[in-house]
Unconditional design. Structure first.
Length: 425
């Protein structure tokens, strides 16, 4: 970060210790989120000792961190502990944001430790086991359908039981997002143009299986069984939209990258952006699409799919934070330009709640201001995005056709809120 601002990085519990949930045993869930909230309280109380302003704190996260930021903005402690939010490639309405079957996973973990009973009065708490033993068994908690969908993390946030004494997430996420003026803070929210590239590797050896089971990419909250005729029809539409009606092969791997990007990240983020623009008129939201590719695209380069177009999941981080070499003088000039621009915008947002203030240096360099999204009116979606590239520009509703494919599914089948589907009670 090439700006004069204070950055505080925090740690929090993960896995069973951070996101185990078994209310009948007094394990209410979301301990990791509560660690984050406690860290925010510490910052409130102590940042002045580092010449910081406790009244001007920005919470930023990427991927799962973006989901955490999204959940905090929906919590009752928002505005008290932080005042602006940045969500990169992650929002709380996405399928992977909430863990599936949280209590079943805790029962399974107990069985892995030799306890066959599901009676909380008879079974020991798995979190009392040695940490190393817990970590070694965590991946065994993935459900068969989660493995089928290549979900990598078995545990995560939950919608807490109504008796939870100190809840972080107690209201269904979509209800909260659609609550008028529930959010009042300035927000940056966006995604990378080719999020799915980083996920292709896990499928390459199984393209035949993927081709025969495209149903795995349909939202699991659709209220239809997978063998229902309408699901088969949706699968046909999916194949036509992303593979031209053909098979999934190495030759059309771009289609697989697109479907992974849209299904896992982009459609959910664009839906969150639309809901925000509609229901949170007093909270400016600056939407972006990161499309730049350069020499610091660590994830895209290491996937060996450099021929595919767009910015891979996580690659924007290497233009915001210096992670490897501190000698900026050896960076590619184009990369330096992007680094300076994105750092200036993120820092301006942290200071002022506006990434491109009037008459600021970055505004003069860009030649325009980054404007927030607007409430949709008629044919005007109001979805103004900053497309971050070597020549950045404001664009209207990027990747619209692909996102609309998923929105049509949501509109037709009214899928359930994932947070309700995975409630811990």
């Amino acid at each position: 970060m090439m700006e004069d601002i204070i950055v505080v990085s925090i740690n929090y519990r993960l896995g069973v210790l951070g996101f185990g949930c078994l209310p009948e045993a007094g394990i209410w869930g979301n301990a990791g989120l509560k660690d984050q909230r406690q860290a925010l309280r510490w910052v409130q109380e102590n940042i002045v000792c580092f010449n910081g302003d406790p009244g001007n704190i920005t919470l930023i996260g990427q991927g799962a961190g973006g989901v955490c930021v999204s959940l905090h903005t929906l919590g009752c402690h928002a505005n008290k502990l932080f005042h602006k939010a940045i969500m990169q490639s992650g929002t709380a309405n996405q399928e992977w944001a909430f863990q599936r079957s949280p209590q079943e996973k805790m029962y399974r973990l107990n069985k892995l430790f030799g306890c066959a009973s599901n009676d909380p009065r008879k079974m020991p708490s798995p979190i009392e086991a040695p940490t190393e033993a817990i970590l070694s068994k965590t991946n065994s908690l993935l459900l068969p359908d989660e493995r089928r969908r290549s979900i990598q993390f078995p545990l995560g946030p939950v919608l807490e039981d109504s008796n939870s004494p100190d809840p972080i997430v107690s209201t269904p996420v979509l209800d909260r997002m659609c609550e008028e003026n529930a959010i009042s803070m300035p927000t940056i929210m966006g995604y990378n143009s080719a999020e799915g590239i980083s996920l292709i590797g896990s499928w390459l050896e199984e393209l035949d299986k993927v081709d025969k089971d495209l149903e795995r990419f349909l939202p699991r909250n659709i209220p239809l069984p997978f063998d229902h005729p309408q699901m088969k029809e949706l699968t046909h539409k999916l194949r036509k939209a992303y593979f031209g009606g053909g098979r999934v092969t190495h030759e059309n791997i771009q289609g697989l990258a697109d479907i992974l990007a849209d299904y896992i990240y982009i459609s959910g983020i664009k839906l969150a952006t639309k809901m925000h623009a509609t229901h949170q008129p007093n909270a400016p939201l600056y939407a972006y699409r990161f499309h730049y590719t350069g020499e610091r695209d660590v994830f895209r380069i290491t996937t060996k799919f450099e021929h595919l177009k767009g910015a891979c999941h996580g690659d924007e981080l290497f233009y915001i934070f210096q992670t490897f070499d501190d000698d900026v003088s050896i960076f590619d000039p184009a990369d330096i330009k992007i680094i300076k621009q994105i750092c200036a915008m993120w820092a301006n947002f942290a200071r002022h709640g506006d990434p491109t203030p009037k008459d600021s240096d970055i505004t003069k360099e860009l030649g325009f201001r980054w404007t927030p999204v607007r409430k949709p009116i008629g044919d005007d979606s109001g979805q103004d995005y900053l497309n971050i590239d070597y020549q950045s520009e404001m664009i209207q509703d990027p990747d619209k056709a692909r996102a609309d494919f998923w929105f049509d599914i949501y509109n037709e089948y009214a899928p359930r809120d994932y947070s309700i589907l995975n409630k811990c009670d």
